[in-house]
Design a protein. Structure first.
Length: 367
């Protein structure tokens, strides 16, 4: 089974409500969807949501990287040569992680279909379903309380609250939500780089002193500030998770070797796909550091691939794969399914995806 064509397209999916963080506001999920066509007629699906404020990738840069550089390198290659394809993607160009991830995901989908194996089994097969949290957008405290209560009523037992910026208002948000949902619900915070190191230590100490029961705090400081992240980690009791700092294998190796964080958030669009995400999981497991599987605001194509890795590996024991739940509609046929706060991976070969409705073609690469 050889790769004969790469079709590049896009979809736009409205959100149920605007998604706000310390970095941005989003009203719809814009996703580049690629179809990797084999000479057998089989199709592998991949995706890349342009997220410039995090990955530096725009729609135009993703399309250009796939069309002009990465795509031509893997055309004609045998899907069975998975390592060779991944090497071609890794060495084809610097950065452009989202474009690499799109092709990587599609190749893994084709690989699974070639051998009649679900991707989650190929990646370890540890479990077939797991729980995901639900993200609560950054808003006024009363609105976040309403969203949190609605989530709990829908069956969610873990909430990830967006904070960052105004620490006093952040404290009010967290205290109000904890008071509203009670002590049983897990609360995770994501500051999205919104605090300075000393500021982060002060507010975390205050959260701890008030007994608000925060499970973990994600990326409290700027992504490049590894020393600041370690400063926070060393001075608080609450577990600190690296997200934007934990981009690829090299960054994660540096974080783990210096013990700059307690947990790692793995995202395919940061890592460049499943191939490098597996490396990150292996590094973390070697250092006995637990991982969360996260995602961007993207279609169910990428969520399915991420869920397969989370299901496959024991060290990935938390999931923040709620993006598909935040969308007003689901154009992806097949793939991961959701029931309340639980997600279940497909047992069909590959990712289990058969089509993406509303796909609009942009370009193609042929041998």
């Amino acid at each position: 089974m050889k790769i004969s064509e790469i079709q590049i397209g896009k979809i736009s999916i409205p959100l149920k409500k605007p998604f706000k963080t310390a970095l941005r506001r989003v009203d719809s999920a814009e996703d580049i969807i690629i179809k990797l066509v084999a000479d057998s007629g089989e199709t592998g699906f991949g995706n890349a949501p342009p997220t410039a404020v995090i990955t530096g990738d725009s729609q135009d840069s993703v399309v250009a990287a796939i069309r002009d550089t990465l795509g031509p390198r893997i055309l004609g290659m045998d899907v069975e040569n998975l390592e060779g394809i991944m090497t071609s993607l890794d060495t084809g160009m610097l950065h452009n992680h989202s474009a690499k991830a799109a092709l990587d995901i599609a190749v893994h989908d084709l690989f699974g279909k070639r051998f009649g194996l679900p991707v989650h089994q190929f990646l370890g097969g540890f479990r077939a379903e797991m729980e995901t949290d639900l993200t609560i957008s950054l808003n006024a405290p009363d609105e976040m309380v309403r969203d949190s209560l609605e989530a709990v009523a829908s069956g969610y037992t873990a909430l990830k609250l967006k904070v960052g910026g105004d620490v006093e208002l952040d404290f009010q948000r967290v205290a109000a939500i904890r008071g509203a949902v009670g002590d049983i619900v897990k609360i995770r915070l994501d500051a999205n780089q919104g605090w300075r190191p000393k500021e982060a230590v002060r507010i975390i100490h205050r959260l701890e002193a008030e007994g608000l029961g925060i499970e973990l705090i994600e990326q409290p400081v700027k992504a490049h500030d590894f020393e600041g992240l370690k400063y926070v980690t060393d001075r608080v009791e609450t577990d600190i998770m690296a997200d934007e700092s934990a981009f690829g294998p090299l960054e994660v190796m540096r974080l783990l070797s210096s013990r700059a964080c307690d947990l790692i958030n793995i995202k395919l669009m940061k890592a460049g796909g499943l191939h490098n995400a597996i490396k990150i999981a292996n590094f973390a497991e070697t250092m006995d550091v637990e991982c969360m599987m996260g995602c961007m605001l993207e279609s169910k194509v990428g969520i399915t691939a991420a869920a397969c890795l989370a299901a496959g590996r024991k060290i990935v024991n938390r999931a923040d794969l709620d993006a598909a739940v935040l969308l007003a509609e689901d154009p992806v046929v097949g793939g991961v399914s959701f029931s309340g706060n639980r997600l279940c991976v497909s047992e069909a070969p590959g990712l289990g995806i058969t089509d993406v409705l509303g796909w609009q073609p942009i370009d193609r690469v042929r041998s």
